[in-house]
Design a protein around this ligand. Sequence first.
Ligand code: SAH
Length: 568
Amino acid sequence: MAGMNMRKAPAIVILGAGSLATAQRIQQLYPQATLHGLRGRVEAVDSLYESFGETLRGLYQQDTPIIALCAAGIVIRTLASLLSEKDVEPPVLAVAEDGSAVVPLLGGLGGVNLMAREIGEALGVAPAITTSGELRFGTCLLNPPEGYTLADLEQGKRFVSDLLAGQSVRIEGDAPWLAQAQLPADAHAQRTIHVGYQARPDHRDELLIHSRSVLVAVSATQSDLTTEVRAALAEANIAEQALACLLASEQDMAAPALHQAARVLDVPLRFTAPADSLQSMVAHVVPEAQTLAVSNVVIAATPAPIEVAKVGRVRGRLAVIGLGPGAAELMVPAVKAELARAEDVLGYETYVRMAGPFRADQVLHCTDNREEMQRARHAFELAASGRSVVVVSSGDPGVFAMAAAVLEALHESSDPAWHRVDLEILPGVSASLATAAQAGAPLGHDFCVMSLSDNLKPWSIIEKRLDLAAQADLVLAFYNPISKSRPTQLGVALDIVRRHRQGQTPVVLGRDIGRPGQTLRVVTLAELQPEMVDMRTMVLIGSSLTCTFARDGGGQWVYTPRWYGEKP
Ligand code: SAH
């Protein structure tokens, strides 16, 4: 999201209970912030971590602003190895445990001094600001507020040194945020701060700041949209950095060409109802905009920066995500990122809770596990209205879970708004894979995955498939092996398997794998009793070649060799 000036919610990281009170005061200032505490030392935080170093580096790499309540030295040493990798870094601050000192460390261009001032004010202390330009002028000239962007950082640095060396300056254009700054102003100064959307040649005497006040309306049928937009801006002498967003008809919402252009130009894409011309589309969403150029695209500008969130509407998103078995380390990073951007979260209550913690602005829709189609339709309704929606499943969403229900709901729908939603399925570690990994490699050769639940399929087909899969000597992975309403079926299923497998066949039982209180048992098919299994258990039954051997430290390794027949 570079260039969009969106500040992510900060992370407040504490080491012990001694800093909890200060952390909570900072959290009142940034209600979106998540509070991270060291496991075993603190409770009542949003997230518990095991390793301070890994947590801090992870946050830094994800561009999350960091407020660490500990010695500045600890923060510096922890992040040191990463510092040279980044040209734009998130704000990083060290705050004394008792709130008596606020030290901005990194992220001068990401607004760290602004945060230091805000936190200093909330804690009643003066922030330790050391940036000379900032101290002298009361603002960082190189970090204009949202809606404005610096044309050239290097040129900006030279300009600020000139001012620090005693040059005076005047402002051309509208720079409301500089009204209270203590600049060495002089109406006849040679140096100027120029604010506007026009492209201008580099000039040593000028600090050029672009206002993001330009909008370009496009249609998806244009062949090379990015080139077209760039050419039109150049023709009209408008800086590309002044572009606030692209506007298109909502009929074209899913057109890849539009999304490609928005990605390359690094601007948001907004949509409005189709109209007879691009110009009337612009007039409809930004009535105050003045048309600057009309070609295959229409360029329009407003006097002040455009508030993109108010221009038409955004394309809604629906992500069907898999949480993995439970442990946070087994959740894929794409899923974590999706949860962070979600506005609405739908799912069975247990899984929604597992996906948390959530921020106060995120809406949770918890439903019963059986209302899958209804949940899928609700998700599309929300996403079609422009929301960013997440549907959660445990494990992988495509394995006996929500992804198929969501696609079925879409398949059945003739609502174009549903089909335009940005739909993505994000995988997770399925229970069979998580269980297998803990046992060794029981799924190391061909295997068959089945749900033993006959809620959505006839029992006769389950019997038939069990019989054929067992006959084919596939390793068997059973999901939903048993439940209170189906107490006897597992016994019947095992009878079928035993017709084809020997009594010493290894069986792995994984219960609550990746969750608190997880258990892993290895038994033989002869020993296996339905009472050893419940609905939170994964059952893996070996093939004729699956074998076990003692594991140093206790228990057994289970694996199925990669070859079949005679050992090669
Ligand atoms: N989508 C899920 C499966 C949902 S079906 C996945 O990919 O894992 C629910 C069944 O999965 C349960 O009855 C149980 O058999 C199995 N299961 C889910 N999570 C589990 C876990 N953490 N440990 C063991 N089995 C689990």
